[in-house]
Design a protein around this ligand. Structure first.
Ligand SMILES: Cc1cc2nc3c(=O)[nH]c(=O)nc-3n(C[C@H](O)[C@H](O)[C@H](O)COP(=O)(O)OP(=O)(O)OC[C@H]3O[C@@H](n4cnc5c(N)ncnc54)[C@H](O)[C@@H]3O)c2cc1C
Length: 289
């Protein structure tokens, strides 16, 4: 199977099929897989996938799929020239678009801009009585975002006074193995935004719970604003890390600082200790590394 695109959906399906014995090649246009994640997460996942036998082609573009005859012949343009891959199935995990056509939006005059319905921060469209939430409006196309938007939208219609959604504090989770989760700035984006940063990383190879679970791959990486101690971003790869990210979202929502995280006692042995340890690493106070 050739999987086109290595965003969350691409790497998830690559993992699923590979784990049931399918020979999988991922083709990614950009220079690393899961390109929206922190670079170190991409590198770690690529290494683990290659060890599992998943072939990873980056800086590579699928330019043609020939479906004549049996199976498919995929043409891939790489830095070193063109390559043809014979496979049974091509799984396209790129180009998800909102379904806003042919559902009568034009008839009622609801405005669509670059494929998304235009709404204000409480999801009102330009037409009175028409609201839109979820994948059809700008913002990350995620189930929990759609749900939060729906609640805010209806609370507003019901005359309550909801706060708009903070799109800077939306967690993203990828259900491959090991899992990936993240929220906020990557290290590169934080630097780009002009922050002076402190970065702390704690590998699961140093975690007792991860060792006991036989899941020592991966790490928790936290990025702090050096000036005020604000947690700008968190990036995790490892066993069950999609369960760890909610703590980070709450930390960011409550504007908790690095030192407050270090002084928050985490239970032992848990994977969650890695959050406290990563904060300690950022401030040169880590004990268990
Ligand atoms: C493969 C895949 C994996 C994903 N995994 C995750 C994940 O792990 N976590 C996560 O948070 N998000 C995930 N997502 C994204 C998530 O599914 C969407 O963000 C979420 O479903 C958006 O909700 P929604 O209500 O806007 O749209 P949808 O859930 O798509 O609901 C829209 C509904 O409207 C119906 N519809 C469309 N047009 C019409 C019409 N004209 N009349 C009547 N009904 C209509 C559709 O049939 C559909 O049932 C995934 C998406 C894909 C494709």
């Amino acid at each position: 199977m050739v999987v086109v695109g290595s965003g969350a959906i691409g790497v998830e399906f690559a993992y699923v099929y590979s784990s049931i014995g399918v020979e999988v090649t991922i083709v990614e246009f950009l220079d690393r897989i899961v390109p929206n994640e922190d670079e170190e997460v991409s590198k770690t996942l690529e290494k683990i996938y290659k060890k599992k036998g998943i072939k990873v082609m980056t800086s590579a573009e699928v330019t043609n799929v020939d479906t004549k005859g049996d199976g498919c012949k995929v043409t891939v343009k790489t830095k070193d020239g063109e390559e043809k891959i014979d496979c049974d199935i091509v799984l396209s995990a790129v180009g998800v678009v909102s379904n806003v056509e042919n559902c009568g939006l034009e008839d009622v005059g609801v405005l669509v801009d670059r494929g998304k319905i235009k709404v204000d921060e409480l999801y009102k469209t330009n037409m009175p009585g028409y609201y839109a939430i979820g994948d059809v409006v700008p913002g990350p196309a995620l189930a929990h975002v759609a749900s939060a938007e729906g609640i805010i939208c209806v609370e507003n219609i019901a005359g309550q006074n909801p706060d708009p959604l903070d799109y800077n504090n939306i967690p993203g989770c990828t259900y491959c193995l090991p899992e990936i989760s993240s929220v906020g700035f990557t290290e590169a984006k934080a630097k780009e935004a002009g922050y002076e940063i402190k970065v702390g990383k704690f590998p699961f190879s140093a975690s007792g719970k991860a060792s006991a679970a036989g899941a020592k791959d991966g790490f928790v990486k936290l990025i702090f604003d050096a000036k005020y101690g604000e947690l700008l971003g968190a990036h995790m790869i490892g066993y069950n890390v999609t369960e760890l990210i909610a703590e980070i979202v709450a930390i960011r929502k409550l504007e908790t600082t690095g030192h407050e995280i270090i002084k928050t006692v985490h239970p032992h042995p848990t994977m969650s200790e890695a959050v406290m340890e990563a904060a300690a690493a950022a401030y040169g106070e880590v004990i268990h590394l």
